[in-house]
Every structure is written in structure tokens, then in C-alpha cells.
Design a protein around this ligand. Structure first.
Ligand code: ZN
Length: 104
């Protein structure tokens, strides 16, 4: 029983719950989903699982939960280009053109 006590002391309860969280389905996606819309006509463009804080400057394609666009980086309603396709650390992504989208 001394061993159990050692593990608890070393990792603590918070870290044990974190390990349990990782085991849940969809744990690869950040928990927060934002709606990304065209800044000009407010048409929905993506639902995006965003990690971290701050303004949306890039979107990893693997984190786009729903994609409402027909052409890459083009608003389906007003045809404004809002993003350019790029690779970030080898992963396909969109680089958002400044001021072309709103997210909430
Ligand atoms: Zn638009």
C-alpha cells in the first residue's frame, strides 16, 4: 500500500483526472468550438475546434468540425476570399486573411 500512496503524492488528483479526460472519445480536439463567419455578409464558413486564446489567424483543416464553403477559402455567398491554403508544420491549414472573418 505504500506504493499507492507514493503515486498519489507524486501526481496528485488533478493530474489523475487529466489522464481520465484523455481517455474520452474526441479528446484529440480542443473542447471549445467557435463559429467562423464571413465579416462582409455574415455567412457561416466553418465550425472550428480552436485551441488556445486570441484572434483566429490560422485554421488547421483537421480541426474544422463543419465546413460550409464550396471553394477553399472563398465565402460561398459573396465570393470574398477569406483564407489561403497553406501548410503549418506539415499540416494542411488555412491562413485567415486579416479582417475577412468574424468568430465567436
Ligand atoms: Zn461573404
Amino acid at each position: 500500500m505504500r506504493w499507492d500512496g507514493l503515486i498519489l503524492a507524486k501526481f496528485g488528483l488533478n493530474q489523475i483526472s487529466a489522464v481520465i479526460d484523455v481517455a474520452k472519445p474526441n479528446s484529440k480536439l480542443p473542447s471549445r468550438t467557435i463559429d467562423v463567419s464571413c465579416a462582409k455578409c455574415h455567412t457561416a464558413l466553418f465550425k472550428y475546434a480552436k485551441g488556445g486564446k486570441g484572434a483566429l489567424v490560422k485554421c488547421f483543416k483537421q480541426r474544422i468540425v463543419s465546413d460550409f464553403t464550396h471553394d477553399s477559402g472563398i465565402c460561398p455567398k459573396c465570393a470574398t476570399p477569406f483564407a489561403r491554403e497553406t501548410l503549418i508544420r506539415g499540416a494542411p491549414a488555412y491562413k485567415i486573411i486579416g479582417g475577412k472573418v468574424v468568430s465567436k
